[in-house]
Write a protein that binds this ligand. Structure first.
Ligand code: F6P
Length: 365
């Protein structure tokens, strides 16, 4: 019998969502002959019983498939926190749409809500991880991360030239909530001199001593400082007071660090701050995100064909696996391990990355 599969994207958008929609639709329709119903605005669409029939090549322009390299999501998405207040209407919506299974593309927050709904509503559901923060547990990669790393790296390259021309210290604030994967990986790739991430404590003396060494020992008069939005202010000072669990996390830690450097160096160091913001979520997906989207989409459809549920597709040790959603959610958000080889790599490049030996072990979940 022909299956009816629901497909939705939930949480903050990121590059690669349309590529995963394309991959799911392709495999489900061409290999299995199923009908794929796109659910607009995630749970909102289920609540309102809305769906769009998705077919291969229905959106082609002169034979060009726009889904492969379009940013955002053609299905729309939401990242509001009150979804479970409407649980019974959403659960009922899934059944009234006559769905046999749901493929949900989301970060840990969305997947947690949808997993609860799936359990309460007796839905078959398979998850696909996406987030520029790359903090979904049990997968080394989530869709969107690679493109965001590339976008930040490009910004750091551009800032390097203007920084060098004016002998300035450029502070670049990047996203990631309470995880430092974006800052760490883009910071290394983009040639940062200082990388501050939430998982590793830092001192203002450590930062300023490093900037001084760069300038007076190495003759390097400019510097690039990457600041993850979720770092904590220094003890005894006031900084960002906004709760990162409540959504918008961008509350000025880049400016805070710039002010600290200015005060500490008696204004001898000229700083400028760039907050990259949602630029990190836009743009066309890079090759690795398209590749992950294709592999994750295929794997999720295959799991549905086997009648599997409560699982998320994941990337581990160079291949696709499936992992129980309950375990993913118990261990998310995944933090940077201060003993990680990338932290050591940053140190080997002469980057100041705080005091990794003073870091407290991360509490999962
Ligand atoms: O989780 C992805 C993310 O882009 C975070 O890095 C950032 O803090 C947050 O979403 C921003 O959310 P919003 O789009 O609601 O401002």
């Amino acid at each position: 019998m022909q299956k009816r599969i629901g497909l939705l994207t939930s949480g903050g958008d990121c590059p690669g969502l349309n590529a995963v929609i394309r991959a799911v639709v392709s495999h489900a329709t061409l290999t299995y002959g199923w009908k794929v119903l796109g659910i607009p605005y995630a749970t909102e669409g289920l609540m309102e019983r809305k769906s769009i029939v998705l077919g291969m090549h229905t959106m082609d322009l002169r034979g060009i498939d726009p889904l492969l390299n379009m940013g955002g999501t053609i299905l729309g998405t939401i990242n509001r926190g009150d979804t479970l207040d409407h649980a019974s209407q959403i659960i009922q919506g899934y059944h009234e749409l006559g769905l046999d299974a749901l493929i949900a593309v989301g970060g840990d927050g969305s997947l947690s809500i949808l997993h609860t709904l799936a359990q309460e509503g007796n839905w078959l559901m398979v998850g696909i991880p996406k987030t520029i923060d790359n903090d979904v547990a049990l997968t080394e990669r989530a869709i969107g991360f690679d493109t965001a790393v590339n976008t930040i790296t490009d910004a750091l390259n551009r800032l390097t030239f203007t920084a060098a021309s004016h002998d300035r210290v450029m502070i670049v604030e990047v996203m990631g909530r309470k995880a430092g994967h974006l800052a760490l990986q883009a910071g290394i790739a983009g040639g940062a001199d200082v990388i501050l991430i939430p998982e590793i404590p830092y001192t203002i003396e450590g930062i300023c001593d490093h900037l001084t060494d760069l300038r007076y020992q190495w003759g390097r008069k400019f510097a690039i400082v990457v600041v993850a939005e979720g770092i904590d202010p220094l003890p005894g000072t006031t900084g960002c007071q906004v709760s990162l669990s409540k959504g918008n996390a961008n509350c000025g830690m880049g400016q805070y660090i710039a002010d600290q450097i200015t005060a500490r160096t008696d204004r001898r160091v000229e700083t400028r701050v760039s907050v990259l913001g949602h630029i990190q979520r836009g743009g066309i997906p890079f090759a690795l995100d398209r590749l992950m989207a294709a592999a994750f989409g295929k794997a999720a459809v295959d799991l549905v064909s086997q009648g599997k549920s409560g699982l998320m597709v994941a990337w581990q040790n160079g291949t696709i696996v499936s992992v129980p959603l309950t375990e993913v959610l118990a261990q998310s958000p995944r933090s940077v391990n201060p003993k990680d080889y990338l932290v050591q790599t940053a140190q080997s490049l002469g980057i100041y990355i705080g005091e990794p030996n003073a870091a407290q072990p991360a509490e999962p979940g």
